[in-house]
Design a protein around this ligand. Structure first.
Ligand code: FES
Length: 184
């Protein structure tokens, strides 16, 4: 289990290194005037789904402005995220209909079970949690999405079951993969 966690961390670090090297190449295509700040951040987010910390500093160096200014602008807009999305991104709706049906307690339950806060990703990158505005199915409120799947009429007690189902599925896939490998 610890080996799995160490492997996941090493893979995550390698992935981030590759992302930073990609950004380093592409950032050169952008002009150096300060007005390019948001387009650069948007391009990074579009390609990599988040803004790694190293990218914030890289953008600052490119535009010759402090990294704190880049970070300040990025945090001003909700569209930017600072952690990579998990393999199973969880979105908890806190639009009005879901909020009045205790959507915030559902969110808290996901945070507690996964030991991360909204906007964060688990160290193994399996899960990330985000709060979102109305996802358009208020009749099913409160609603949470895991990946593309909508889970309506959510209840705090359903959170653990949903996470467990994903874990069981993962273990099953892992077993099948190992069986395939040993059959070859
Ligand atoms: S408010 Fe949650 S789906 Fe509309």
């Amino acid at each position: 289990m610890e080996d799995d966690a160490a492997a996941a961390t090493a893979a995550a670090e390698a992935e981030e290194k590759a992302i930073l090297s990609d950004i380093e190449q592409k950032i050169k295509c952008f002009g150096k005037d300060r007005g390019r700040l948001i387009p650069i951040l948007q391009a990074i987010q579009e390609e990599h789904q988040y803004l790694p910390e190293g990218a914030i500093q890289m953008v600052g160096r490119h535009l010759e402005i402090p990294a704190s200014e880049v970070y300040g602008v990025a945090t001003f807009y909700n569209a930017f995220r600072f952690n990579p999305p998990g393999k199973h991104p969880i979105k908890v709706c806190l639009g009005t209909a879901c909020h009045v049906r205790a959507g915030d307690i559902i969110l808290e339950n996901f945070e507690r079970k996964l030991e991360i806060k909204e906007g964060q990703t688990t160290p193994d990158r399996e899960f990330s949690i985000e709060r979102v505005a109305c996802v358009g199915c208020c009749a099913l409120a409160p609603v949470a999405l895991i990946g593309e799947t909508v889970h309506g009429h959510m209840a705090p007690s359903k959170v653990e079951g949903l996470l467990m189902r994903i874990q069981i599925e993962k273990e099953k896939e892992e077993r099948e993969r190992k069986q395939d490998e040993s059959a070859q």
